[in-house]
Design a binder for this molecule. Structure first.
Ligand code: ATP
Length: 476
């Protein structure tokens, strides 16, 4: 089966069936754009995030990590331009009232009801989730910008007072807004601002050599107009971002270095080179802060779409912080050359899209002993389970005891090890193949005699006998 034949349904159903990813709040009918990770999904996601941290923080000497709060002072989002410009163009069908992002559909015809000419001019819709920090008074905003608080009295057409209890339940709160606008905050739509707002703290504490980068991983929230395509477009997702600070003269060289680093990342994820493509984003499509953006796209089962982005953010953010906060954001070079506000190269990696790309690239169907086999050809270092250990027969106590011993030993060393004694050996292999476990180890009667076990390889389905002492070397 070629990659292009893998459908999104194949991935979604495997992910649900085998405990990788479930619809968020599914038991209550779901909440659009939210997804919950099950035991295997969370391990896969963690393996991806830990690999990223290892590659881009631990193994480099020009990078430091941060972990900023999700809730930030509203001034952050005013200064960064997000309250004004973090918008998507929204269109609504006048016939069926379905809403879409105007740049993602052909607006001459409604994709839901099929009617033509039902869309008007797009309206700019801000994608940040608003929230309040601390207890707030609730009230109604009046036309002149004042507020009515407490229980307003409703009147009928004759001006006679009506008890508020007569207002239908579902209408009671319509028009309600928060009274204290200073308590307004947002769920962050990107992690980058948590880095920029800490830039000065970190320079003061560490005074790193220029160029240097700050890395952060964490949740981001976007009130997407139409979340879709499994985890690809979610309303809550995880980002891994790097802000790399450079002298303004050196941004182009740094951009090239990060471009190469991004390619290395896609290789580490096991994504075939011919499925990853660069797209030079035209000026009109770039985010408000970017002077150059290269999107890295991947051939997902839904088509070629953005996997991650690499942007040159100039000194846009630090200059804004300097202007609004009044604090100096200049870097003083150690060689005594003039101080400057650094420019920034930003590789921005979405975890959900990485998970979806890894699953799509790994999804494989072949034939084994005349039967169809579905398996995940995950890179070993990403597989949520590294090895499954089984006794050949689960009703032979001596085999079970020895297998438990092997299991405990491997579990202690590798962590991501499972015990599997359900069904016959063939079924166990299929089950492990489907979740991408690279190795299955079986303890049989010969193990009791010579301390050897069989180890089966997921991709080739071949088995060999090796000594228990050599297992760790073979697996890692
Ligand atoms: P798109 O054009 O697909 O909306 P974007 O250009 O707005 O994406 P960026 O702002 O560059 O995306 O965000 C950086 C990365 O965050 C993206 O490359 C992607 O991996 C991820 N990302 C963005 N929006 C979402 C989302 N709604 N769900 C999952 N991941 C997302």
């Amino acid at each position: 089966m070629s990659k292009s034949e893998t459908s999104l349904d194949d991935i979604v159903s495997l992910a649900k069936r085998r405990g990788f990813i479930y619809q968020g709040s599914e038991v209550y009918g779901g909440l659009a754009g939210t997804w919950d990770y099950g035991p295997l999904g969370v391990q896969l996601k963690r393996n991806i995030m830990q690999l990223w941290w290892k590659m881009f923080v631990d193994e480099r000497d020009d990078m430091l990590g941060v972990d900023a709060a999700i809730l930030m002072n509203q001034k952050v989002w005013q200064a960064s331009g997000h309250t004004e410009t973090f918008t998507d163009p929204l269109v609504e069908c006048s016939n069926c009232h379905s809403r879409f992002r105007a740049d993602k559909i052909d607006t001459s015809k409604c994709p839901t009801c099929g009617k033509t000419g039902t869309f008007g001019e797009p309206r700019q819709f801000n994608m940040m989730f608003k929230t309040q920090v601390g207890p707030t008074w609730m009230g109604w905003e009046t036309d002149d910008g004042n507020y009515i608080i407490g229980k307003p009295q409703t009147v009928n057409a004759k001006g006679e007072g009506i008890s508020s209890l007569t207002i239908p339940e579902d209408r009671k709160f319509s028009g309600l807004i928060t009274y204290d606008k200073n308590a307004q905050s947002y769920l962050r739509p990107e992690t980058a601002q948590g880095i920029f707002t800490n830039y000065k703290n970190i320079v003061d504490s560490f005074y790193p050599d220029m160029p240097f980068g700050l890395a952060q991983q964490g949740k981001a929230f976007r009130n997407e107009i139409s979340p879709r395509d499994f985890i690809f477009r979610s309303r809550e997702f995880e980002l891994m971002e790097i802000e790399y600070f450079v002298h303004p003269d050196n941004w182009e060289a740094a951009f090239e270095i990060w471009r190469k680093a991004v390619w290395e990342w896609t290789r580490a994820l096991g994504l075939p080179k011919n499925m990853v493509h660069e797209l030079e984003v035209p000026a009109d499509d770039r985010a408000h802060y970017s002077k150059r953006t290269v999107d890295f796209e991947f051939d997902f089962p839904i088509g070629r779409e953005e996997l991650l982005g690499l942007a040159y953010r100039t000194d846009f953010d630090l200059q804004n912080i300097q202007r609004v906060s009044g604090k100096n954001m200049e870097y003083r070079p150690k060689d005594g050359t003039p101080a400057f506000v650094p420019h920034v190269i930003e590789p921005s990696f979405g975890v959900e899209r990485a998970v979806m790309a890894v699953l799509s690239a790994a999804y494989t169907e072949d034939e084994m002993n005349g039967e169809k086999r579905v398996f995940l050809k995950l890179p070993k270092h990403l597989a949520p389970v590294k090895v499954a250990v089984s006794p050949l027969l689960k009703n032979k106590p001596e085999l079970v005891a020895k297998a438990r011993e092997v299991y405990q030993m491997l579990k202690k060393e590798l962590g991501q090890v499972v015990w599997d004694d359900n069904g016959n050996i063939g079924k166990r292999y299929r089950r492990q193949d489907e979740i991408g476990t690279p190795y299955c180890v079986t303890v049989d009667f010969q193990t009791l005699e010579d301390s050897t076990v069989t180890i089966r390889d997921r991709d080739t389905a071949t088995q060999k006998r090796i000594n228990i002492d050599d297992l760790r070397k073979e697996i890692t």
